[in-house]
Ligand binder design. Structure first.
Ligand code: TA6
Length: 274
C-alpha cells in the first residue's frame, strides 16, 4: 500500500521506504514523484494536483528526465520538448535494499536512437536515504563524437513562492523570457513574477529557504535552470492549477551548453537533494 494516497490508484508506480526516507517513483519516465526524508518528514518534491498520469504526456512535477536535448528539439519538429525519455516507460534493472539506503537502477525502453545522428546509452541510478541522489549517465555508443544536453528538471515543494529565497545562485544567466539575453543574478533571489533562467553556475550548491530548508547539490552540470511559471503561465498549462505556481519552484541541474562525448565516453549528471 502506498502511504502517500496522492498516487494510490496510479499504474506503474513504486514506493521505496527505509529507515532514512521514503520515495515514490513512476516507471513512466523513471520520474521520482515524492521524496520525504524521515528526519523532518517534509515532502521535498511537488507534483501538480492536475498532473496527467495516463502516459500520454509527461507527468507535471517530481523530477522529469530531460534528454538528449533541453527545451525545443534541435532539429525542428523532430521531437517533444525536453527530449523523449520522460515520455516512455523505463525498466527497473536493479534494486539494492539496505536498512538506511535503497539503490534503484533504471534504463529507458529505447534511448539509443537519439534522432540526432548518433546512438547513446542512458542509465538512471536513484539512491534513497537521508538524501535523494539522482545520477543520469550518458554513454556515447557511436564511433564519432556526439553532443547532448540534459536536465534533472526537479520541481520543489514550497509553502508559498512569495516566501522563498534562494541562496547560492551566482554569476550570469540567460533570460529565457527576454530573448535569451545575458543578465546578472540578483544578490537577493526572490520571486515576484515568472522566472525562466539558465544560470551558468556549474556545481554550485543551492539552498531553497522556505518554512523548511531544501539543499540541492549539482555535479557534472554546466548550468542550473530556475523556473517558476507565475500566474499567467500556470493558467495556460492544462496540467497545472491556476495557483499551482505558488507551491513550486524548479531548480534544475542541467547541461544546456552542449556537452561533447568521444566514442565510448560516459558522463554523469548528478543532483543530490537534502
Ligand atoms: O526548465 C524551464 C522550462 O524550459 C520552461 O521554459 C518551461 O517550458 C518548463 O521547462 C516546462 O516545460 P514542459 O515541457 O515540462 O512544460
Amino acid at each position: 500500500m502506498h502511504n502517500d494516497n496522492r498516487f494510490i490508484s496510479l499504474p506503474h508506480l513504486m514506493e521505496v521506504e527505509n529507515s532514512q526516507g521514503r520515495a515514490v517513483i513512476s516507471l513512466f519516465g523513471a520520474q521520482v514523484l515524492s521524496f520525504v526524508p524521515k528526519h523532518d518528514a517534509r515532502e521535498r518534491l511537488w507534483v501538480s494536483p492536475t498532473a496527467v498520469f495516463d502516459g500520454q504526456i509527461p507527468i507535471r512535477g517530481g523530477i522529469p528526465i530531460c534528454w538528449p536535448w533541453f527545451g525545443k528539439a534541435p532539429i525542428e519538429e523532430k521531437g517533444p520538448n525536453h527530449g523523449y525519455v520522460r515520455n516512455q516507460l523505463w525498466t527497473l534493472k536493479h534494486c539494492d535494499y539496505h536498512e538506511d539506503n535503497t539503490q534503484l537502477i533504471f534504463e529507458p525502453a529505447n534511448a539509443s536512437d537519439t534522432q540526432l545522428g548518433y546512438k547513446a546509452n542512458l542509465q538512471l541510478i536513484i539512491n534513497i536515504g537521508r538524501a535523494l541522489n539522482i545520477e543520469l549517465t550518458t554513454t556515447n555508443l557511436s564511433d564519432t563524437t556526439c553532443t547532448y544536453n540534459a536536465a534533472l528538471h526537479s520541481y520543489f515543494n514550497v509553502s508559498n513562492i512569495e516566501n522563498v529565497q534562494l541562496e547560492g545562485v551566482v554569476g550570469e544567466y540567460f533570460d529565457q523570457l527576454d530573448n535569451h539575453c545575458v543578465k546578472t543574478t540578483p544578490l537577493i533571489y526572490r520571486f515576484t513574477q515568472e522566472v525562466d533562467r539558465i544560470h551558468l553556475c556549474p556545481e554550485q550548491p543551492i539552498v531553497i529557504n522556505d518554512e523548511f530548508v531544501t539543499r540541492v547539490k549539482s555535479i557534472g552540470n554546466d548550468s542550473i535552470v530556475i523556473w517558476n511559471p507565475w500566474i499567467t503561465k500556470s493558467k495556460q498549462l492544462k496540467d497545472m492549477p491556476d495557483n499551482g505556481y505558488k507551491h513550486m519552484v524548479c531548480v534544475e541541474t542541467s547541461i544546456t551548453q552542449g556537452l561533447q562525448l568521444a566514442p565510448e565516453q560516459s558522463h554523469k549528471l548528478v543532483q543530490v537533494i537534502e
